[in-house]
Design a protein around this ligand. Structure first.
Ligand code: MTE
Ligand code: MO
Length: 536
């Protein structure tokens, strides 16, 4: 007995990577990796056959996004910013690759184990796809077909590895093997599988791109609004290098949402249903929306996850239909205290009906800075409500507004421990100089933005180290629903200095210096940066 196990150990100990024993691990590992790649490539291809079908990676990624607790989500945004989705996909692919390696090694010992592993992946992918919003039976196909093809590939590999067609069976154990045949079969199988995986994956991606709403968006002609705003006055922009421009270009506007793949909805296919506690249910097509009286309005949008000094804030001139008009036509019933927004991709939110009727420009938006809403920002239409964080109000790809009671429904993020009511907190940010910048002594423009929509900004103050607060010069205020630029001329002296900023809102209330996390209702505290003033 001792002899037998010693012999086995000897056989299984990898000698060197290219020696016959090294291949015992290396080849099965490569086989498992390639099998996984093929299964995923085929799944992409199948997903590309029908519009809106999620590939397993997208389906599983979506489940992960919905399942992670709020602090993890917040950590992801803080760490990866708007690249959090790329990070997630890379993470999933790395994990899958690792599992693939393990499956390959398992399969080389006992094929059934490897096959069971691949099948399990198929089931997980299919289950994730089915639990996505608006899923259909077709959504399980990418995972199932991918897994089946993966199982065939794995079987072929194991046959190639052992030089026998049915490894793991009693008959196979007695069949002869020859090293050269092994190697050639393994190589040809490997190259073929890799090529198939790459080919299927690329075709799948190519087909998916064909479902883009870009064509529909580019043929949109936005109507002239009934309430046209004058051009944005020069006085709102101090035009200082390093300072955020007053209007955030669409391309630079922050993007936050749970959609791993941006929903592609041609305007012709879109409609909005307004229902629930209303007298007349409404169903509007895109053409209906465009034919209604529209307004332009300047609104700074902010994400509740924005850290002190963070970039999840942007300002745009929006074009849309006032929600108040739509609600009036629908006839809001007594007691309908909440407007619940639902999006094409199954996300939802809710905010007080009051905030659509209290005179602020809450709108169903179709335009952003003179262009049709960008697809990433909600094309064909979204909600924008001044003064409320995006997670309760700013439904992108909106398809439904339901009038209900505040106590009857909690939106996606409220269910995940974020606050039910989410007015935007007073914030101020130093844009220039940047933290840890090395600057020469002398006159330095310390500049940034401050926001407290819809209350507006009345005063911004700047402090160097522990000195006196000095009032910054404010740019013109466009409206109380936008941010306001500020600048403070500082005579910088050599040494390291901490610059701190604080704002006072339009109601005379000073921004609190108490530091809190974004969870549950938005970060508070003063922003500061340390700069190193030194002669060049
Ligand atoms: N459909 C959908 N709409 C959504 C979200 C989402 O995850 N899905 N996120 C909200 C959040 S948290 C914010 S801050 C804003 C961000 O809008 P933006 O990406 O256009 O800046 O969209 C809101 N609307
Ligand atoms: Mo957000």
């Amino acid at each position: 007995m001792t002899t037998v196990s010693a012999e086995r150990d000897e056989q299984r100990t990898p000698a060197s990577a290219d020696g016959p024993d090294g291949r015992r691990l290396l080849r099965p590992a490569v086989a498992g990796l390639l099998t996984t790649a093929l299964a995923l490539g085929v799944a992409e291809l199948v997903a590309g056959l029908r519009k809106g079908t999620a590939s397993p990676i997208v389906a599983v990624g979506g489940e992960v996004i919905d399942a992670v607790p709020a602090p993890v989500k917040d950590f992801a945004i803080a760490t990866f910013g708007t690249n959090d989705k790329v990070a997630l996909v890379v993470g999933i692919v790395v994990l899958l690759a690792a599992f693939g390696v393990i499956l390959g090694i398992l399969a080389a010992r006992r094929l059934v184990l490897g096959l069971a592993g691949v099948a399990l992946f198929g089931v997980v992918g299919a289950a994730a796809a089915l639990s996505r919003p608006a899923s259909s039976a077709f959504d399980v196909l990418p995972s199932i077909v991918g897994a089946l093809v993966g199982m065939v590939a794995l079987t072929a590999f194991v046959a190639g590895l052992s030089g026998r067609p049915f490894a793991g069976t009693a008959a196979a154990a007695t069949a002869p093997t020859t090293g050269r045949l092994d190697r050639r079969r393994f190589l040809t199988t490997g190259v073929a599988v890799a090529a198939l995986a790459a080919g299927a994956g690329s075709i799948g991606r190519f087909l998916t791109r064909g479902f883009s709403a870009a064509g529909s968006r580019s043929s949109v002609v936005l109507p002239r609004p009934d309430r046209v705003l004058p051009a944005i006055p020069a006085g709102v922009d101090l035009d200082i290098p390093g300072l955020s421009p007053f209007t955030t270009p669409n391309i630079a506007f922050y993007r936050i949402d749970t959609a791993l793949v941006v929903p592609q909805i041609p305007a012709e296919d879109w409609s909005l249903r307004i229902h629930g506690m209303v007298d007349n249910e409404l169903e509007l097509t895109y053409a209906d929306v465009l034919s209604r009286p529209m307004i332009e309005t300047d609104i700074t949008m902010t994400c509740v996850s924005n850290e002190i000094g963070g970039k999840l804030v942007g300002n745009a001139r929006w074009l849309g239909v006032p929600l108040a008009d739509l609600l009036e036509e629908a006839g809001v019933q007594d007691g309908a205290t909440q407007i619940v927004g639902r999006s094409f991709d199954g996300w939802n939110n809710g905010f007080p009906t009051e905030n659509a009727l209290d005179g602020r420009d809450a709108i169903l938006a179709v335009g952003m800075n003179g262009a049709p809403l960008p697809i990433e920002h909600g094309f064909p239409a979204r909600i924008v409500v001044p003064g409320l964080y995006g997670y309760v109000s700013a439904t992108k790809w909106v398809t439904e507004l339901e009038l209900t009671r505040l106590e009857d429904f909690d939106g996606y993020w409220v269910k995940r421990t974020w606050a039910k009511e989410a007015p935007i907190r007073t914030q101020s940010r130093i844009d220039t100089p940047k933290g840890l910048a090395k600057i020469p002594p002398g006159r330095t423009a310390v500049a940034g933005v401050a926001w407290a929509q819809p209350r507006g900004i009345e005063k911004v103050e700047v402090r160097i180290d522990d000195g006196e607060w000095a009032e910054a010069r404010l740019a013109e205020e466009l409206t109380a629903t936008t941010w306001r630029q500020w600048v403070h001329e500082w005579d910088a002296t050599p040494g390291n200095h901490t610059i701190t900023v604080r704002a006072t809102d339009g109601q005379g209330e000073l921004q609190t210096d108490e530091r809190t996390e974004p969870i549950p209702s938005g970060a508070t505290g003063w922003h500061n940066v340390v700069v190193l003033v030194q002669d060049a």
